[in-house]
Design a protein around this ligand. Structure first.
Ligand code: GMT
Length: 378
C-alpha cells in the first residue's frame, strides 16, 4: 500500500513511534511517505520505499503566526495526488488530524475519491492540549471525522471517551518496540567510563517537561545514592533541566549525575543501565519505559495513565502513586541490594517487552489499513 504518515519529527514518543512504524512498514514492502516540517529524528539512512516530503511554511510580514496547518494540508493534497496514496495515517490529533480532514475534502472535490484518514491518539493531544477549550471543538470534530481512530493504550481510549464526545469506535493498538534492536550486549568500555567502580547505573529519558516530574527523579536518585553506590544518566532536554541541575548541586551529588542531552543511541545507554526511573504525572503509554524493558532494564514508575499496562508492579519493576517518592526510592534501594531479585525482574522486563514486540503490533496496523484500501488493491 502507499501510506502517508503525518507526525512530529522530534524526539517525542509520538514521532518516534510513527517513524518506527513507517520504517517497519517499508521493510514489509509498503511505500511510505512521511509528511512533516523536518526530517524525523529516527529516519536515518536510505530506504527505497521511504519518501520524505518537507512542509514549508512561507513567511510573510502579515503573518504573526505562520499557518503551518494550511501548509501541511496543501502538502498532503500534493503528495496524495502525485503519489496516489491509499491512505493518510495522522499521529497526534493536533494539528495533524484536522489538516488531514482538510486535505481529504480537497482531494474529494478535485477527484471524487475519498482518501481514508486514520488518526492515532498519543496522549497529550487528548489529556492536555486537546482538552484546552481553545482546541477542543476542532479536536472532537477531526477525531469523529477520521475513518478510523486508534489509541496507544486502553487508558488513553478511556480518557478520550471520558473527555470528548466521540461517536466512533476507538481501537487500542499498543505502542511497540523492536526488541532485537534494544536487547544488546553492554559495551564494557562505556560502562567503565560511566561507572568505573562498578556502581549501579540509573537512567531517566524524557523531554524534561513538568509532567515528567524531573524533581522526583532527582529526589529518588538522591535517596538511592545515599544507600547504594550509583550513577544517574539524564537523557534528553527541556524546560526542567536547569531545575534538575540545581537540585543535583544542592544535594551535593552533581559529580555522580551526567546530563547527556538528546541522544539517538538510546540502546547503548540502556544496555549498561540497571534501573529506569519514570515518575510522570501522566503517561498514556510510556514508550521510553518499554524501550528500557526491551533492554532488560527494570522500570520504577508512577502508576499514572497507561504505565500499569506495561510495567507490572512487583513483576517487571515497581509502580507507585504519583508523588510517592518514598516508595519509589525504597523499592529501588531494596532491589539494587538484592542481585538475585534484580536479575529476575530484568528477565521479566524483557519478557514483557517481547509481548509488545514490533512483529506483533505491525500486523494490527496492516489489518486496519486493509479495511480501508481500494477494492482489489491489497
Ligand atoms: O511524553 C511526551 O511528552 C511526548 C508525547 C508525544 O506526544 O510525543 O508522548 C506521548 O506519546 C507517546 C507515544 O505514544 C507515549 O508513549 C507517551 O506516554 C505520551 N506522553 C504522555 O502521555 C504524556
Amino acid at each position: 500500500m502507499k501510506i502517508g504518515i503525518v507526525c512530529y519529527p522530534t524526539f517525542g514518543g509520538s514521532g518516534v513511534l510513527a517513524t518506527e512504524l513507517g520504517k517497519a512498514l517499508a521493510e514489509k514492502g509498503h511505500e511510505i511517505h512521511f509528511i512533516t516540517y523536518q526530517q524525523p529524528v529516527r529516519l536515518n539512512g536510505f530506504h527505497t520505499n521511504i519518501f520524505y516530503h518537507e512542509v514549508r511554511v512561507p513567511s510573510y510580514p502579515l503573518f504573526d503566526y505562520p499557518p503551518y496547518e494550511l501548509a501541511l494540508a496543501s502538502t498532503m493534497v500534493d503528495v496524495i495526488l502525485n503519489h496516489d496514496l491509499d491512505l493518510i495515517h495522522a499521529h497526534y490529533a493536533i494539528p495533524h488530524a484536522s489538516a488531514a480532514y482538510t486535505a481529504k475534502q480537497i482531494v474529494l472535490q478535485k477527484t471524487g475519491r475519498s482518501v481514508p484518514v486514520i488518526t492515532t491518539l498519543h496522549g497529550t493531544d487528548i489529556t492536555l492540549v486537546g482538552r484546552d477549550k481553545t482546541y477542543e471543538p476542532v479536536v472532537t470534530f477531526s477525531i469523529n471525522e477520521s475513518d478510523a481512530i486508534t489509541a496507544v493504550s486502553e487508558n488513553l481510549k478511556q480518557e478520550t471517551l471520558k473527555h470528548f464526545e466521540i461517536r466512533k469506535e476507538i481501537q487500542v493498538i499498543h505502542n511497540f518496540v523492536d526488541v532485537h534492536r534494544y536487547n544488546k550486549k553492554p559495551l564494557a568500555a562505556f560502562r567503565q567510563v560511566i561507572a568505573p567502580d562498578n556502581e549501579k547505573i540509573i537512567v531517566h529519558a524524557s523531554n524534561f517537561r513538568k509532567l515528567k516530574r524531573i524533581d522526583h527523579v532527582m529526589e529518588i536518585f538522591k535517596n538511592i545514592h545515599s544507600a547504594v553506590p550509583s550513577k544517574l544518566l539524564m537523557v534528553g532536554d527541556g524546560p526542567e533541566r536547569p531545575i534538575a541541575e540545581d537540585m543535583a548541586r544542592q544535594f551535593g551529588i552533581e559529580s555522580d549525575i551526567r546530563f547527556l542531552g538528546k541522544q539517538e543511541q538510546m540502546e547503548d545507554i540502556l544496555a549498561v543501565s540497571d534501573l529506569f526511573l519514570l515518575p510522570s504525572e501522566y503517561e498514556s503509554f510510556g514508550l521510553a519505559a518499554l524501550e528500557a524493558m526491551a533492554a532488560s532494564v527494570v522500570v520504577i514508575s508512577s502508576d499514572a495513565g497507561g504505565l500499569s499496562e506495561i510495567n507490572i508492579d512487583g513483576v517487571t519493576g515497581y509502580t507507585a502513586p504519583v508523588g510517592d517518592v518514598a516508595t519509589m526510592s525504597q523499592k529501588s534501594i531494596t532491589l539494587l541490594q538484592d542481585e538475585a531479585k534484580l536479575k529476575t525482574l530484568k528477565h521479566n522486563a524483557l519478557k514483557q517487552a517481547k509481548a509488545f514486540d514490533i512483529h506483533h503490533i505491525i500486523p494490527q496496523y496492516e489489518t486496519l489499513y486493509r479495511r480501508y484500501c481500494r477494492t482489489g488493491d491489497c
